[in-house]
Every structure is written in C-alpha cells, then in structure tokens.
Ligand binder design. Structure first.
Ligand code: GLN
Length: 488
C-alpha cells in the first residue's frame, strides 16, 4: 500500500451518486474497504470493532433499495466509521474504557439514525482516548492507534481511530467528537479534513458525555466537500437534545465552489505566533494566508487577546463537567462491577479497576474545582474567562468573515513522547480549545507537509452557524495545499 493516503477511491459524493444511479454496488464498495482493513488494520489499530457482518447486510439492503427503484439517500452505500462513544443499538460502545465492558446500548444515537436514513453503511467503531480525554489515542484501554503516515507516530486524539481510519483508506468518512480539539487535531496529524460544528447544530443524543457544554459530533473526510456532505446529513434540530438549535440553517455545503474573492480573513496573532508553535507549522499558516490573499480575500493579522487563557479555562471547565458526567459509572448501571463488602466498597473497587489514569486525573481535578470553597476561585473564574473569549471573538467577527490559525502546534509526535507529562499533552489543544469555549465551528484542512514530511493542518474558524463560509474558505485552501498537487 502507499504511505497511508487512500488510493484513488472515488469521493464520498461520487460514490453515493454512483450507488444511487445503480452504477456502483454498495456491496462492492464495502468489499474494497474491508479488504484494506484486512491488510493494514493490524498495524494501525483504528478500530475497536469492525462491524463486518452488519455492514455487509446493510450494503445488501442498500443495493436492494436501488434495484427496487428507491433512493437510499445522499450517503447511499458510503461506509462510515464511528468513534466508539456514539451509541449503536445492540453493538458494544466502549469509549475505549474497561468500565463499559459488556455494555451494549439499547438505542442508536441520533447521528446514527440520521446516517441510516441517509443510506450510509456503518463499518465499525473506532478507537479513542478513554472517554475522549487525550490528544494521542494512547489513553485507550485497548492500546494505541498508530498514524498511517508513520506507524511510530500518534494519530492525535481523542478521535485518533476515526482520523486514522480515513487516512488509511479504511472508510471514506468517519464521525468523531470534539470537546477541545478531538476532531481537528487528529485530522491535522493524519492529513484529513475534520470539522467541529457550531454547538447545538448536531444532536448529542446518544453521544456519551465528556463535558456537555463543549462536546460536539463532527465529520472526518478526505475532502472538504465530503466533510460538508456528511455534516449536512447529521445536523438539524432534535427534540431529544435540549441544547439542539431550533430552526433550519443553510447547509454547510451551500457555499462550496465560490472561491474567496472579497472575503475578510483574520490571522489570529496569539495563535499563529504562539510559543510552542513549530516553525514549519507557522510557515504553512502564513502560506495559507497568502493563498487566500491571492484568491482575492482581504487578509490581515488580528488580535483575539483572551484566547491565550483558553487552555487554562478549559482544564477547569472540562474536568468539572466530566467529574459530574462520569459519576454514573458506579458498577450498578453499566458494564463492569467489582464486588466489595458494601456498596461504597463496590463503587470504589469498580471505579478503581474500570477507569484509566487520565480519567482518574480528570475526575480528581474536576471534583476539586467544584468543591465548596474552591468553586468561585476555579470553576466560576473559568466561566468568566469563557465569556471574555466569546466577547473577543464577537469583536473580531465584526471585521472578519473567518479567522485562521494552526490546528496543532506540531506534526504527529512519536508514541510515548508525551504520556508521562500530562501538561505537555494538554498543550496540543491550545489552538483548538477557544472555538469549543465559544461554541463556534472550526475546521482543520490539510496544508502540509511539515519539515518531517508529515501532514500539517490549518484551522479555519467561523462565528456561530458560519459553517457555509468556513467550508468555502477551507475548500480554497484544499485546492492550493502544497502536498495535494492541485488536485480537487
Ligand atoms: N485533548 C483534549 C482533552 O484531553 C480535548 C479532548 C476532546 O476534544 N475530546 O481534553
């Protein structure tokens, strides 16, 4: 196989069109992906579970619909990999944690139902950092995923399995979740497109919660158009999620192909030149800015001062919400149970055995930040910082349509290089966290390579519900990305 990039497969858009017209068979499409999985998955370990039989049955169903003259939908026959924190009825959903051992959800997440209604074929559940806490997929109870471009490197995280699945050509599309960067950072490190939508655009019903005020589900794909198509299939109001946005919104794909003429693009000074941003990554961001200027956009540097405090605020808010969300894993309701002399002993034994070290660290951090006497100093203060970040972004978007920054400070790092120092690992998300705190969309688009030949991602940020202009700009960058050689 090649160095990891999917070999000349049609795009998801073309694949679905071919299946709908009866020119491509969903079963044949699936066979090709399963063959690639059989070949390289033992090295990459993108999946916790490949749903081979279920996927084959589903692909047969899709072909049957087409033969009967019916339209299976906009993702007809397209295989999609799901991060293993999206509930799939009757199919184990582990969050890459021992604590959910033996549990299978009694229902499908809303996104899973929407994929099904769009004609997609779910191909498997992907590996991740336990409960989505991490930036390298090394905090999985089932062992790490490796970067398909270089097996000695991490794929990023926490949705590293989904990013690696698309990069290795195991699936044309995948879903992940992004609380502080977990779609965009692995997308950058694996050289694929990954987007975090506006908070509330995609239903979180059936997404196992990490930090509920930050979590969003979003797409991975090999191209901007494919990512936008997938997002359009899963977004929209859902009465089962009380934070789901009401009303209809213009499709994410509605401004594709329009170029960048006349758009106003701001390069975030605090992130583009931040300490710790590698020189090759900073150089790619500058080149991306030049590409947009060359395409007729007005590009300027802009200061968004409060983003500097994003990381600190996030590591109060996210663990606080996580400590509350993870209280439900008590040995009574889900999965693992370790016996104890009484109920307290049973809780303690179960949680001690079921959670890995990073999850325990977050639960302790969060419980401390929320405890009486410390609440105002930590959690309350972090929420105020969050408001400042929102205000600074609002100010910036008065003058700019989109903003630009690196996605990850560096290219993919070697396995094991950051696991012993949690703070260094946390710094991986310095550029992605601000959009989560603000509830805004952001996308990472490949714009590499770096000096080491590995993928670099550039991040395009937009205001709430700015997905159409965000994907529009990302597509211009994609067309001019150094390593893509001008291909669509
Ligand atoms: N890496 C960040 C963390 O560990 C973000 C994770 C995420 O977005 N789920 O919290």
């Amino acid at each position: 196989m090649n160095g990891g990039a999917p070999a000349k497969m049609p795009s998801a858009v073309e694949m679905a069109a071919g299946v709908r017209r009866g020119e491509l068979s969903a079963r044949r499409v699936l066979d090709e992906y399963l063959a690639r999985i059989a070949e390289r998955e033992p090295d990459v370990h993108a999946f916790n579970f490949v749903m081979e039989d279920i996927a084959r049955a589903r692909a047969g169903e899709i072909d049957g619909l087409v033969e009967a003259g019916q339209d299976p939908g906009p993702l007809a026959g397209v295989p999609v990999a799901l991060k293993d924190l999206l509930c799939t009825k009757g199919v184990p959903t582990t969050c890459s944690s021992r604590i959910l051992e033996g549990w299978a959800p009694p229902y499908d997440a809303t996104v899973v139902r929407r994929l099904s209604a769009s004609g997609a074929v779910v191909i498997g559940k992907t590996n991740m950092d336990e409960f989505a806490m991490g930036s390298s997929t090394e905090h999985s109870a089932f062992g790490p995923t490796r970067n398909p471009h270089d097996l000695s490197r991490v794929p990023g995280g926490s949705s590293g399995g989904s990013a690696a699945a698309v990069a290795a050509g195991f699936a044309p599309l995948a879903l992940g979740s992004d609380t502080g960067g977990s779609i965009r950072q692995p997308a950058a490190l694996c050289g694929v497109v990954g987007a975090k939508p506006t908070y509330g655009l995609v239903s979180r019903y059936g997404l196992v919660a990490f930090a509920s005020s930050l979590d969003q589900i979003g797409p991975f794909a090999s191209s901007v158009a494919d990512a936008a198509l997938l997002l359009d299939c899963i977004s929209g109001h859902d009465e089962l999620d009380s934070t789901s946005l009401p009303g209809d919104h213009p499709p994410a794909s509605s401004r594709l192909g329009r170029g960048a003429e006349g758009l106003r693009v701001g390069v975030i000074a605090e992130l583009a030149g931040a300490e710790g941003i590698a020189a090759d990554v900073a150089a790619r961001v500058n080149e991306a800015a030049d590409v947009l200027a060359g395409a007729g956009a007005k590009v300027e540097e802009i200061s968004v001062p409060a983003v500097r405090y994003g990381l600190s605020a996030y590591y109060m808010i996210a663990p606080a919400e996580a400590s509350s969300n993870l209280a439900r894993y008590d040995g009574v309701r889900y999965g693992l149970r370790k016996p104890g002399a009484d109920i307290t002993e049973m809780y303690l034994a179960t949680r001690a055995a079921g959670f890995g070290p990073e999850v325990k660290r977050r639960v302790m951090l969060g419980t401390y930040a929320l405890s009486a006497g410390y609440y105002d100093a930590y959690y309350g203060k972090a929420q105020k910082v969050r408001t400042l970040i929102i205000r600074d972004f609002e100010e910036a978007y008065r003058s700019f349509d989109v903003l630009l920054s690196p996605t990850s400070p560096t290219t993919a790092f070697p396995l094991g290089s950051k696991t012993s120092d949690p703070l260094t690992m946390y710094l991986s998300d310095v550029c992605t966290i601000p959009s989560n705190l603000a509830g805004h969309p952001a996308v990472s688009v490949p714009f590499g390579p770096g000096d080491d030949g590995l993928p670099v991602g550039v991040q395009v940020l937009a205001p709430a519900l700015g997905e159409p202009v965000m994907f529009q700009v990302a597509q211009v960058l994609e067309g001019a990305a150094p390593h893509r050689g001008g291909q669509e």
